[in-house]
Design a protein around this ligand. Structure first.
Ligand SMILES: [Ca+2]
Ligand SMILES: [Ca+2]
Length: 292
């Protein structure tokens, strides 16, 4: 299915990149959810999701920065595409050699139930296309089901998993079980380097993940790009609940930031490791075919 996303956002153009191999410019997108009217859709405004956020609303019940956040609703039994979560489009396409930083704050209520028919809930998914514009799958971060009896044994030690959709999908668990705490804000920062050669194989492709400013995971084995001519164009947050949500419920998102700069100012507190990643960085918890 081809996703058409209306693009309206606030972009800070930081500097022009002069390298011929990386056409485009450095940019930063900030979604603070501060300017919209309480209770209205947090969609298609400069400070909100760009699209597919029909049940995401401006809220002042909790905020990570400022006085408002987005309250994301999901409805019992619904897969929720177009309503659950939302998407943010990049100002420019990002391909081989490009960087992407993604930051967000999330607050999950104690009673929220992460329960799917696949073992994990779609959470942060960066969407890619082939050079000809046809879809080429997502790079996925997902949240493990809460109920350990629904997980295979090797999945039970983790709160999250990561994989690159496509042929021969491997799922890697990360973030120890219980690290995603309830009724408090967590900040996540994710760095992606796009390359069809993973860092563990002599290329530069990798993903690094920080939880509350601590680096918790480096994934250097997956190919962030299937082919050198692929590119990424947007971030999907949640957006689809495999098997339907177990109940009607909500959580909060605030201060989404995206940048294609190598080192945007807001990443200074993360330490930004310079050393090359170790060749073995994750545990393969499962191999599955992804269908949705
Ligand atoms: Ca805010
Ligand atoms: Ca868990």
């Amino acid at each position: 299915m081809k996703q058409v996303i209306t693009f309206r956002t606030r972009i800070k153009i930081c500097a022009f990149i002069l390298f011929a191999s990386s056409p485009g410019y450095a940019w930063e997108v900030i979604k603070s959810f501060e300017d919209g009217t309480l209770g209205e859709k947090a969609e298609r405004n400069a400070d909100s999701f760009d699209d597919i956020a029909g049940h995401s609303r401006y809220s002042n019940e909790f905020s990570y920065v400022g006085s408002q956040s987005a309250k994301l609703h999901t409805t019992a039994g619904e897969e929720g595409f177009g309503r659950w979560g939302g998407a943010v489009q990049f100002p420019t396409e990002l391909g081989k050699g490009d960087h992407l930083w993604t930051s967000l704050a999330m607050r999950v209520p104690k009673e929220f139930d992460f329960q799917t028919t696949t073992g994990s809930l779609k959470w942060l998914r960066w969407a890619s296309e082939k050079g000809d514009g046809s879809g080429n799958g997502f790079l996925d971060l997902q949240v493990m089901n809460d109920d350990p009896s629904t997980l295979s044994g090797s999945d039970r030690g983790y709160d999250f998993r990561i994989f690159r959709e496509g042929e021969g999908v491997k799922l890697y668990g990360f973030g120890e079980d219980g690290s995603l705490k309830r009724d408090r804000w967590h900040k996540f920062d994710i760095y992606i380097k796009f390359d069809d050669r993973p860092a563990a194989q002599g290329g530069t492709g990798l993903v690094r993940i920080w939880l509350d400013n601590t680096l918790i995971y480096t994934q250097a084995e997956i190919r962030t790009l299937h082919q050198a001519t692929d590119y990424f164009h947007s971030l999907f947050m949640f957006t689809y609940w495999n098997g339907g949500a177990p109940k009607s419920q909500h959580l909060y998102i605030d201060e989404i930031k995206l940048s294609n700069e190598e080192a945007p100012s807001w990443t200074e507190q993360l330490g930004r490791p310079k050393s090359p990643p170790k060749p073995v960085t994750g545990v393969v918890v499962e191999r599955i075919e992804i269908n949705n």
